[in-house]
Design a protein around this ligand. Structure first.
Ligand SMILES: [Fe+2]
Length: 193
């Protein structure tokens, strides 16, 4: 499904999705209370709405609808929740490019969710996966800020992501990065050349 969508709208989002999937599987194995393969598939599908074209925030609605129509409830939910570590639809990177009715619908749904560990897993993994691989959260945050700019909610959103990191690390008793292969190379490049 991801490959097909990548042919419909080629872009770095496809490799980003693969790395979110790998990160989610790695952390799910380490955390032990989520199905790693299921998390892997949810990761592959979290930005699947990008199959509909070069859109901005509307990709989350397109993904939600596409997967809901197919009956894939959990990944459909992730399409929405992964973008909102704080439950406020103003807290976005980029812009809304949907109708006011659709925006209101997203507002209602995001407001209505009680976040689970699975939602938080994808809020975290989305924030640490570049198309080239998993990196230090701060590096991906800077990458997004440089591409999309920042708004009044950016710092709150970053803080919420760090809270999720801390929560998972308390459970793991170690750094999340120990479960994400290649973080040092992807973050700092080759240190030996
Ligand atoms: Fe993403």
């Amino acid at each position: 499904m991801l490959s097909e969508s990548g042919r419909m709208n080629p872009g770095p989002w496809v490799d980003h999705s693969r790395h979110v999937a790998e990160a989610a599987r790695g952390l799910a194995i380490a955390l032990g209370d989520m199905d790693p393969e299921r998390m892997y598939v949810c990761g592959l599908l979290h930005d699947i709405g990008r199959r509909c074209g070069r859109t901005k925030m509307r990709h989350i609605i397109d993904g939600y609808r596409y997967l809901t129509d197919l009956g894939y409830e959990e990944p459909a939910r992730i399409c929405l929740t992964h973008s909102f570590p704080i439950q406020n639809t103003n807290a976005i990177f980029g812009e809304w490019d949907c109708t006011p009715e659709e925006r209101a619908e997203v507002d209602r749904m995001v407001d209505g969710f009680t976040y689970t560990t699975v939602d938080e897993l994808f809020q975290l993994c989305d924030a640490l996966a570049l198309p080239s691989g998993c990196v230090l959260l701060e590096k991906r945050m800077m990458d997004v800020a440089l591409r999309h700019g920042t708004n009044d909610w950016t710092v709150e959103k970053w803080k919420a992501t760090f809270r999720i990191q801390r929560k998972f690390e308390e459970r793991l008793g170690r750094s999340i990065y120990e479960h994400l292969p290649g973080v040092v190379e992807n973050t700092f490049g080759s240190l030996t050349r």
